[in-house]
Design a protein around this ligand. Structure first.
Ligand SMILES: Nc1ncnc2c1ncn2[C@@H]1O[C@H](COP(=O)(O)OP(=O)(O)OP(=O)(O)O)[C@@H](O)[C@H]1O
Ligand SMILES: [Mg+2]
Length: 265
């Protein structure tokens, strides 16, 4: 059996760089010969379109969760070698209401993913889950299935607001549903070093999360915001821009965490 790591990228605040982080971490991991599966768990479907995939007429995560198809059938190829995706579209927004009477619904995603991961069809090293901007059922599902979390934090005013709510939710899930859940790291995004506020958020985040905050910060970079409209990760669109370089350096740091974890084991 493959030792597949499931990592959710989460922050209930909108527009903080969750999807951009999922797309570019996934892409950078494939450059290190890792096989990666992205699960788009957001009805906005931004990770899906960010990879240039049309989310019409294909099986999505919604079809998996409502029993229309099995997990494997929902996996699509992307244009990037070793990177596959389970896509999403607006249908997913109906799931919360449709499953209201199911008492194990928080485990729905976990059950589906685990069945696949334990099968001989799985050869992924990483499953990265792109969460929606809410603390809804979908996010709870992502917290229940994940081994660890990456929390992007926008280096802007209000960045830390809502974090206590997120941490409370994580703690509650840990106690009741997923004891081994852990924040793997906090990633500062849209950093503007000329802006005093960015530096303040940086300091406060490091005071609070200590060494959980990645040393790499993602700068505000126009190439990062252009790439999705071309349906391609910035790492392919413009490999040399500051956004790409920062995501490569973040991925290096991310992988180094594993050397540290391995040597501590
Ligand atoms: N470092 C950056 N510099 C400039 N623009 C960025 C950066 N990171 C992300 N963006 C842009 O900001 C917007 C929000 O980013 P993204 O979609 O990754 O956030 P999100 O947290 O996934 O949003 P949502 O909560 O809506 O899912 C997008 O248009 C994206 O292209
Ligand atoms: Mg998003």
């Amino acid at each position: 059996m493959k030792n597949t790591q499931i990592i959710s990228v989460i922050n209930q605040k909108g527009g903080v760089g969750k999807t951009t982080t999922v797309i570019n971490l996934a892409t950078a991991l494939t450059f290190q010969n890792k096989k990666v599966l992205v699960i788009d768990l957001d009805p906005q479907g931004n990770a899906t379109t960010g990879f240039g995939i049309s989310n019409n007429n294909i099986k999505t995560i919604y079809d998996v969760l409502n029993g229309n198809c099995n997990f494997e059938e929902s996996i699509s190829e992307t244009s990037i070698n070793n990177l596959k995706i389970v896509s999403s579209n607006v249908d997913l927004s109906g799931l919360e209401v449709e499953t209201a009477s199911e008492n194990r619904r928080a485990f729905l995603l976990k059950d589906k993913i685990e069945e696949f991961i334990l099968s001989d069809k799985n050869d992924f090293s990483y499953v990265l889950i792109d969460c929606p901007p809410s603390l809804s059922l979908l996010t709870v599902m992502a917290l229940v299935v994940a081994k660890s979390l990456i929390v992007p934090l926008q280096a802007e005013f209000f960045a830390l607001e809502g974090l206590s709510q997120l941490i409370k939710t994580i703690d509650r899930i840990k106690i009741k549903l997923n004891p081994s859940l852990d924040i793997r790291g906090v990633l500062l995004t849209m950093f503007d070093k000329r802006n005093k506020l960015s530096n303040q958020v940086d300091q406060e985040a490091r005071k609070f999360f200590k060494n959980k905050v990645y040393e790499t910060v993602i700068p505000r970079n126009v190439r990062l915001s252009e790439a999705p409209s071309h349906g391609t990760p910035v790492l392919i669109y413009d490999k040399m821009c500051s956004g790409s370089r920062s995501y490569l350096s973040f991925t290096e740091e991310f992988l180094k965490q594993e050397d540290i974890m391995d040597s501590a084991a």
